[in-house]
Ligand binder design. Sequence first.
Ligand SMILES: Nc1ncnc2c1ncn2[C@@H]1O[C@H](COP(=O)(O)OP(=O)(O)OP(=O)(O)O)[C@@H](O)[C@H]1O
Length: 328
Amino acid sequence: MIEVAGLSKSYWVHRREQHFGAVVASLFRRRTEEVVALRDVHFSIRDGERVGFLGPNGAGKTTLMKVLCGLLHPSGGSARVDGYVPYERAPDYLRRMTMVMGGKSQLIWDLPPADSFEMIRAVYGIPSATFRVTLGELVDLLALGPLMHKPTRQLSLGERMRCEFAAALLHQPKVLFLDEPTIGLDAGMQAAVRDFILAYNRAHGATVLLTSHYMQDVAAICPRVVVINHGTLVYDGDLRDFVRTVKPEKVVSFRWSGSVLPGPLLAAWALRPTPDGRIEARVGNERVPELVRAVMALPEMADLMIEDPSLDDVLREVYGQAGVEAAA
Ligand SMILES: Nc1ncnc2c1ncn2[C@@H]1O[C@H](COP(=O)(O)OP(=O)(O)OP(=O)(O)O)[C@@H](O)[C@H]1O
C-alpha cells in the first residue's frame, strides 16, 4: 500500500543574474529562489496495482518517484510505502523496492553483467540457492544468456536495459518504480520490456509505478493514471475514463478505394485522410451511429473502425488547457 498525503517538494536554486553588476554582486551574496515541484499531492495505491504518472516535462513526476524511493525528503506532507517512510531509508524498505531509471545504469561498465549480478547478491545478502533460481528465471524471461559474460560497455542499449531490469529485480522487490524504462529503445524492444513488466507484476503481485513519455507504455501497462501538471495532481483514476472525460468523442475511420468521396459527406463530417492511408472523422459519441450509417452506404468502403482518441491526443488537450482541473 502506498499512501501519499499533502506531499510537497520545493527545490531552492541560485538565481541566475542577467546584468554584469548583479553577477558581480552575486559573488558576495547569492540569491536563491524556490522551484515548487510538487504541491499538496494526495493519493493511495493498493498492493499489486499498476499506475502511470503522466504529465508534461517538468510536471514533477520524477520528483514524486524520487520521494517515494527515498532519494529525496519532501518539503511538506508525508509518504508511506508498505508501512515504511521511504526517506528514512530503512534497510528493510530498500529490500522491498527497486527503481529503474532509463538512461541511468547500476551495472558496472567494465565488468560483464554476471559480475554485477554477483555484487548485487552480496549487497542484498541474497542466499545463493535463491539467487541461482531467481537469476535463472530472469535470464530466461529476458533472454540474457548470450549477454552475461560480455563487458557491459559492449552491450547495445536494448541489451543493457534487459540486464538493468535483471539487476533491479534480483532481490525480488514488491514495489517497482520505473522512470522512463523504455527511453531510447526501438519499438520491438519497448514491447518486450512492457511484456516483461506485466509478467513480473502477475508473477509476484508487485506494485508498479511508471512514468513514460511513450503513451503506448502507459496504455499497455497501467489501468490507472495519476496526472500531474505544474506539481499539482489534476486527475487520478481509470485511464479509459480519463480519455473519455477529456475527449468525449470517437475516431471513426475506414479505407476507401473509390476515386472521389461524395462532397456532402466530406463537408458534413469533416472527413480527412490519415498518414496511414485511411479516412477519418472525429465525432461526439451521440453522432457515431449516424456517421457509421453514412459511411456504410459507400460502395468502396472497407475496414471500418471506431476507436477512442489516442492518449497522446488527450494529453495534448490537457497540457494545453488552462483549466486542467476540469478533467479531474
Ligand atoms: N535537482 C533539482 N534542482 C532544482 N530544480 C529541480 C531539480 N530537479 C527538478 N527540478 C525542477 O522541478 C520541477 C519538476 O521536475 P521533475 O524532474 O520532477 O519533472 P518531470 O515531470 O519528471 O519532468 P520530465 O518529464 O521532463 O522528466 C521542474 O521545474 C524542474 O526544473
